[in-house]
Write a protein that binds this ligand. Structure first.
Ligand SMILES: Nc1ncnc2c1ncn2[C@@H]1O[C@H](COP(=O)(O)OP(=O)(O)OP(=O)(O)O)[C@@H](O)[C@H]1O
Ligand SMILES: Nc1ncnc2c1ncn2[C@@H]1O[C@H](COP(=O)(O)OP(=O)(O)OP(=O)(O)O)[C@@H](O)[C@H]1O
Ligand SMILES: [Mg+2]
Ligand SMILES: [Mg+2]
Lengths: 271, 271
């Protein structure tokens, strides 16, 4: 039975897509069977996984045009791609994704009937035995696409930079999570806050990290021990459409993301 | 007759709010009468301008509950606030803003009647003689709030980081701009692309800046000459709820934003 994890926050640019992609790649490297789901009309994760498809994707699945299994695209393994290290990335297992397309931005207006929040949950149900982890990327909004992703999920991870706007975004998402656990998904767990694009030298970052830790306690959750440091390789890997570990496995953000995946797995055993 | 400028892109975290705030503050310092409009339910600009108000704001204006003039909040002048420089910021003129509130996130579902795209344009019409510039901040989405902001605007400025995801965001917004000029606002001008959070040392930034410049030419627009450099003072000013020029006028991003405002003014004369 797979574990469905949604990465979310309304605050833009906090690393939702980067985190979803890195977590998926880390778990795949550790041998788990992983399905990615791109619920963002920007389709950034779909682009980086080279899985663009305008007719088979999350839009068709949400609007009932096809079952989720038919929309799964197998992104090419990242083997043999130019990467920054001498270390041969080796043959990466194919990574599977249900891609996003621009049609998805119309979903807000199309999904109006009763039960509109449950479309993704129902669609993923038949796939749960085929994967160990299903990881969902979401747009920077609290609309119907993110509500679907929260309703379908077992756990939600919030990404935040250590700054005032991200902190506000955490509180805004928290009230949405409370509504979702009350009306559509009582089992949803807030599985921690991950600090991204971290600049350890800045005083403000340290102050805001402290505030975010206090906030996490108030929400009965936690902050992942190791923030993700800022590193140029992240943008480079995304532009060259490779996962971070194939592109630059020894780079700081890659190490931090591997530590994040390890902590997530440890905490799962503890459940 | 005021000039209405909307700052937009679907890509999250590219500096829309930072740019709207800095441009408003720069024009105010140069003696222009400026009104800010916050169309983002996150209400980040409203927070930084200390103008939170849950009953008078863009939501009430869009849904016809009150005229725009009644929703204008006068943010406190930034005089005398602790700032990083010895230079006394001096008495800043009050800055005016129509604030956002969380109620705004429901606007997508409420604004359904015919003419829903024109609500903001109609509401701002009576104010145009009271201000020289009206600057609109938007959420990271291409939904009805951003459509209203584009329909109301004379010009739109796109913010982008020099990375692959921002470049995709430019193309996505461009097709929305084309639809807006065709159906709701034929006079809308794409008034350039501003590169933000720029890291001049990174090779990728240079490559992507080149690609963005090519894209701008294809869209018959331009990239502002001086990218905005990354600087910690931006987040610090936002957290302490001051405008960038009151907080750290000699800081790199403050200088870059002043150069951006100067170029925008120059190009306006040239029109
Ligand atoms: N650790 C990091 N180091 C350097 N750059 C990073 C890091 N994490 C993310 N970025 C960059 O920051 C930008 C925003 O990240 P990303 O697109 O993952 O955020 P997002 O929350 O998914 O954005 P959106 O709200 O638009 O969906 C991207 O250009 C990405 O490459
Ligand atoms: N030049 C800069 N130097 C350093 N930090 C910056 C700079 N510009 C923006 N930032 C920071 O980057 C983050 C994103 O900026 P901002 O919130 O203005 O983007 P946005 O496009 O408005 O985001 P959203 O899509 O959520 O509305 C903020 O924390 C801001 O402080
Ligand atoms: Mg994203
Ligand atoms: Mg913003």
């Amino acid at each position: 039975m797979s574990d469905i994890i949604t990465i979310a926050t309304q605050k833009g640019g906090t690393g939702k897509t980067t985190t979803a992609g890195a977590l998926g790649a880390a778990l795949t490297r550790k041998g788990w069977r992983v399905l990615m789901v791109d619920m963002d009309p920007q389709a950034n994760l779909t682009f980086t996984m080279r899985a663009q498809d305008q007719t088979h994707g999350t839009y068709e699945v949400l609007t009932g045009k096809m079952p989720a299994a038919d929309a799964i695209c197998t992104g090419p393994g990242q083997a043999g791609k130019p990467s920054r290290t001498k270390e041969k990335p080796g043959d990466m297992p194919d990574r599977k994704i249900i891609p996003a397309s621009t049609a998805l931005s119309g979903a807000d207006l199309e999904l109006t009937a009763i039960g509109k929040e449950f479309r993704l949950q129902e669609a993923l149900q038949p796939l749960r035995d085929d994967f160990d982890y299903i990881i969902i990327d979401t747009p920077p909004s609290l609309g119907i696409l993110t509500i679907n992703a929260l309703t379908a999920a077992d756990e939600v991870v919030i990404t935040a930079q250590a700054d005032a706007y991200s902190l506000q975004g955490i509180w805004q998402l928290h009230s949405t999570i409370q509504a979702v656990t009350r009306y559509t998904n009582p089992g949803l767990l807030l599985k921690g806050i991950l600090i991204t694009r971290h600049n350890p030298r800045s005083v403000l970052s340290r102050d805001l990290t402290g505030l975010i830790e206090e906030t996490a306690q108030q929400m009965q959750t936690f902050v992942y021990q190791r923030p993700i440091r800022e590193g140029v390789a992240v943008k480079e890997a995304q532009a060259s459409r490779q996962d971070l570990f194939s592109y630059a496995p020894r780079n700081k953000p890659a190490q931090d993301y591997m530590a994040f995946a390890d902590e997530l797995l440890e905490r799962r055993q503890g459940d």
